[in-house]
Design a protein around this ligand. Structure first.
Ligand SMILES: NC(=O)c1ccc[n+]([C@@H]2O[C@H](COP(=O)([O-])OP(=O)(O)OC[C@H]3O[C@@H](n4cnc5c(N)ncnc54)[C@H](OP(=O)(O)O)[C@@H]3O)[C@@H](O)[C@H]2O)c1
Length: 266
């Protein structure tokens, strides 16, 4: 019997790449989108889901279970970017980012855990970010929402071990997807006090546009699904992004900060 896999945010980018890869490997894949009726090229079924709505989450999960009888793997992938000087980001946008990147995945986990407990097995893969391992300039909110999800995963892993449920984090570096185009960004303004924000936004956009093929993420997810006891953390992406986590561990804080500032031309 092929494993049943639910991937949130599978209409584009990383989620779509994971869905296509697993579909071609013979798994039963369900993806989600806030507007599935607008997506015409999906090779696996797309269900309606907005992770900011608990009702939408429970309806989506109930639908998969009613069709396939179980859910073996959930890939908590839906997420959005946000960029700008913290002082200038509207609080409503900060809340929206946390609703999508942190509270959404938490609600998905809360909704799926009773089913996985009754199945006596399950795997949840939370897609976080290498940006969640450090506070990045003009990405305070994104770093915080993804870093918080890393800690939630670490904690929950230990809580659900008795139920034979595995949870893991996969932190991508830069991948060429729609994330830059669809993220909230504070508009550049000559009136802003943060004159170096323009240079940083340019560096970040270049990195994402020149990012890796999301297929690398799909291959990692496939390996994790076929690992009996997955690790706590996985990092996927360009060498420099992954190495930045190692540097944070070994360099003195101020030296590391200086390095980040130089990288982002601050
Ligand atoms: N690309 C990178 O360099 C990178 C780096 C680090 C981490 N990540 C993380 O990887 C994940 C996938 O991002 P991506 O790069 O593939 O970006 P993407 O191409 O923009 O895809 C984002 C997906 O999330 C869905 N989504 C957005 N808001 C949602 C909501 N409120 N409820 C449900 N679904 C929602 C979108 O679907 P609809 O618009 O169809 O609803 C879309 O399928 C995200 O969690 C992102 O933070 C990406």
């Amino acid at each position: 019997m092929s494993k049943v896999i639910l991937i949130t945010g599978a209409s584009s980018g990383i989620g779509k790449a994971i869905g296509e890869f697993l579909h071609h490997k013979g798994y039963t894949v369900y993806g989600t989108s806030r507007n599935p009726e607008k997506v015409f090229n999906s090779v696996f079924p797309l269900l309606a889901l907005d992770v900011r709505s608990t009702e939408s989450i429970t309806t989506c999960i109930a639908k998969v279970i009613s069709i396939s009888g179980r859910i073996d793997v959930v890939v908590n992938n839906a997420g959005v970017g946000i960029i700008g000087p913290l002082e200038e980001i509207p609080t409503s946008e900060i809340r929206n980012n946390f609703e999508t990147n942190l509270f959404g995945p938490i609600e998905v986990m809360k909704a799926i855990l009773p089913q996985m407990r009754s199945q006596k097995s399950g795997l949840i893969i939370n897609i976080t970010s290498i940006a969640g391992y450090m506070g990045l300039p003009y990405r305070a909110v994104y770093s915080a929402s993804k870093g918080a999800l890393e800690y939630v995963t670490e904690a929950l892993r230990m809580e659900v071990k008795p139920f034979n449920i595995e949870i893991t984090n996969v932190a991508p570096g830069e991948f060429a997807t729609n994330i830059a185009a669809s993220r909230y960004h504070v508009p550049l303004s000559p009136a802003s006090a943060y004159s170096n924000y323009a240079k940083t936004i340019e560096t970040i956009n270049e990195q994402v546009d020149g990012g890796d093929d999301p297929k690398a993420m799909a291959e990692t997810i496939y390996k994790i699904i076929n690992t009996e006891k997955p690790n706590v953390h996985y990092k996927v992406g360009p060498f420099l992004s992954k190495f930045s986590i190692v540097l944070k561990r070994i360099l003195p804080d101020k030296r590391y900060e200086k390095m980040l500032m130089k990288h982002y031309k601050l």
